[in-house]
Design a binder for this molecule. Structure first.
Ligand SMILES: Cc1cc2nc3c(=O)[nH]c(=O)nc-3n(C[C@H](O)[C@H](O)[C@H](O)COP(=O)(O)OP(=O)(O)OC[C@H]3O[C@@H](n4cnc5c(N)ncnc54)[C@H](O)[C@@H]3O)c2cc1C
Length: 186
């Protein structure tokens, strides 16, 4: 088994893990992000990017480029009852740049973030790499064990972060595991 050291190891390249990895790498923190699949194309992934997320992309200076990705916009929601069309919600009063939901597959969002994160030398995304266990130093979580296309690896990190439910059952011991989760991926 090979072993390596980094500052932060994140297990799971969903919206939570990918955004965390991007932000840390952008702040100069060395990050290894493990994603068990070889790409982000998952059937279960949704396709709405909400105004609050678009605002965050604006704050990150990425909005203009992000909106170059093919998408459609949803500016209001309505309900048809008989012959009557009722508007039940619209976004025009939101205090944000994009007063709409962008309809875009989640994998496009993830690919976009991954592409931008890769521009930082501190970002190390490892696809087809599955976190299988935690590494302990006495009772402190000190890293993550993973299977990768190159075999088993032990990643020692100052801050292992579990961005997926997959190895949460292992995280019962006191330690420095930061459990990240996006309530929605937008
Ligand atoms: C059918 C469906 C439709 C949805 N539609 C929308 C929508 O339109 N808009 C919206 O905002 N939200 C939507 N959601 C909710 C949204 O998808 C979730 O809130 C979001 O995906 C959670 O992000 P996450 O990063 O916490 O977890 P996940 O997206 O589940 O990401 C976890 C990642 O970890 C990886 N992984 C798992 N185990 C391991 C391991 N051991 N090692 C390495 N990697 C691992 C997985 O492959 C995955 O990529 C939808 C959810 C579902 C189920």
């Amino acid at each position: 088994m090979t072993s390596m050291k980094t500052s932060c190891c994140i297990a799971g390249g969903g919206p939570a893990g990918m955004m965390l990895g991007f932000l840390l790498a952008r702040a100069g923190v060395a990050v290894v992000l493990l994603e068990k699949h070889k790409d982000f194309l998952r059937d279960f992934r949704g396709d709405t990017v909400h105004p609050s997320t678009l605002e965050m992309m604006q704050e990150l200076g990425l909005l203009e480029e992000f909106l170059q990705i093919p998408h459609s916009t949803l500016r209001e929601m309505s309900l048809q009852i008989g012959d009557e069309q009722l508007v039940i919600g619209h976004f025009e009063h939101l205090p944000v740049h994009c007063k709409f939901i962008a309809m875009m597959p989640q994998w496009d969002f993830l690919d976009f973030l991954a592409d931008h994160a890769r521009r930082y030398s501190t970002f190390d995304l490892r696809m087809s790499s599955e976190a299988t266990d935690l590494v302990f130093d006495d009772d402190r979580v000190a890293g993550v064990r993973a299977t990768t296309p190159d075999g088993e690896i032990e990643i020692h990190a100052i801050s292992p972060s579990v961005a997926t439910a997959a190895i949460r059952p292992c995280v019962s011991a006191p330690g420095s595991v930061l459990k990240t989760s996006a309530r929605r991926w937008t």
